[in-house]
Design a binder for this molecule. Structure first.
Ligand SMILES: Nc1nc2c(ncn2[C@@H]2O[C@H](COP(=O)(O)OP(=O)(O)OP(=O)(O)O)[C@@H](O)[C@H]2O)c(=O)[nH]1
Ligand SMILES: [Mg+2]
Length: 347
């Protein structure tokens, strides 16, 4: 294929990838913590939560990078009689369901789950507010076993129950593992890229998923060489690099607000992440790599980008710049997560 054909295919590939979202719906009793869990998954307060009845009154679809999260109102309320659910939402269009409950597991939860199972949909049970579990004379493990047994009795099969707390973030890393296991590999990658990481393992999965995007965008930016880079004899499409950098930054949740609140020791790295996210910053970074005569290591990524794109003038630069930005974002996210998890920094 010619460079032009390969570039067109790469562009189509990127567009398809972006269009095909991972769709997850959360359902459950009013106040179970569905909206709170969405905020945890996204890593930002994107939906309203609260102790009053029916905080969420209409189904809301939250779009975050490659994720679509459907926040459903608590059912059994006048706002949402259970029998209207299946008519309003097409379960077959969703990749995964999370049945969120707190307190006791209700018959309505069980009924909804059974309907989903009949339709062959995947649904995970999430017992939220595990920080609230307490009973005199019983251990946490005993209480969790009792709740799981109650769910098994009501739904008639031994479905795993994932115990989490949105308040302490306990159990969220394990829930993510269960979500991964339930998804097919392409969708898993989308989850890895788009959702907040609660473990170092998730951050590594994020890096691997983002790296693929780096190759594709860098390939397209080089193939589509529009803007001459000062002092270098090649053109690069800076807008494509700009989109790549914004996506990578977003994948790691490095918003302006978050970066501006960093502790002093992380500020220099944070500043680099912000500075290189502008078109001017990207041009500077490309120029820096041009000076170093960036060489290309493509290896296992050739199938994603094509031979002609891989050989395009400028690809060495765009790839080196993309990887460098990915490394900066990864390192910053790793250090932020280490602080969140209470892991001491190496001196
Ligand atoms: N203790 C504790 N409280 C929580 C936890 N998660 C959520 N909450 C609180 O529970 C209340 C209800 O949370 P929401 O996320 O609004 O619940 P919801 O399921 O979306 O509620 P509706 O939209 O009304 O159906 C809020 O006051 C939350 O702050 C948790 O893990 N532990
Ligand atoms: Mg809600």
């Amino acid at each position: 294929m010619s460079l032009r054909e390969e570039a067109a295919q790469l562009r189509q590939d990127i567009e398809n990838e972006q269009r095909d979202k991972l769709k997850i719906a959360l359902f459950g009793q009013p106040g179970a913590g569905k909206s709170s869990l969405i905020n945890q998954i996204v890593g930002q307060p994107v939906v309203k939560t609260g102790a009053s009845t029916d905080m969420t009154t209409e189904a809301q679809v939250i779009a975050h990078d490659e994720l679509l999260l459907v926040d459903l109102p608590g059912y059994g309320t006048t706002r949402f009689p259970p029998n209207q659910w299946m008519e309003q939402f097409k379960p077959e269009e969703l990749d995964l369901f999370l049945c969120v409950f707190s307190g006791k597991f209700h018959e309505a939860d069980s009924k909804f789950f059974k309907e989903l199972r009949e339709k062959g949909r995947i649904c995970l049970f999430v017992r939220n507010k595990r920080d609230d579990l307490w009973e005199d004379g019983k251990t946490q493990e005993e209480l969790e076993a009792e709740i799981a047994a109650d769910v098994h009795r009501q739904v008639g099969s031994e479905e795993p129950v994932h115990f989490v707390s949105c308040r302490t973030r306990g159990g969220l890393a394990e829930l993510v593992d269960a979500i991964y296991a339930a998804l097919d590999p392409a969708k898993r990658e989308k989850y890895a890229r788009s959702a907040k990481a609660f473990s170092m393992a998730h951050l590594e999965a994020k890096r691997a998923a983002c790296e693929k995007a780096v190759y594709k965008y860098a390939g397209l930016a080089a193939a589509n060489g529009l803007n001459p880079i000062p002092g270098v004899n090649v053109g690069v499409d800076i807008s494509i690099m700009f989109k790549l950098f914004a996506d990578v930054r977003s994948a790691y949740g490095l918003t302006d607000e978050k970066v501006n609140k960093l502790i002093p020791s992380l500020l220099p790295l944070g500043k680099r992440v912000l500075d290189y996210s502008t078109k001017e910053g990207i041009a500077l970074l490309l120029k820096r790599f041009a000076g170093k005569g960036a060489s290309v290591q493509i290896g296992r990524f050739v199938p994603f980008i094509g031979q002609a794109v891989a050989a395009a003038a400028g690809f060495g630069l765009t790839l080196a710049a993309g990887k460098s930005y990915l490394n900066d974002c990864h390192e910053l996210a790793e250090r932020i997560l280490a602080a969140e998890l209470g892991i001491a920094e190496q001196p």
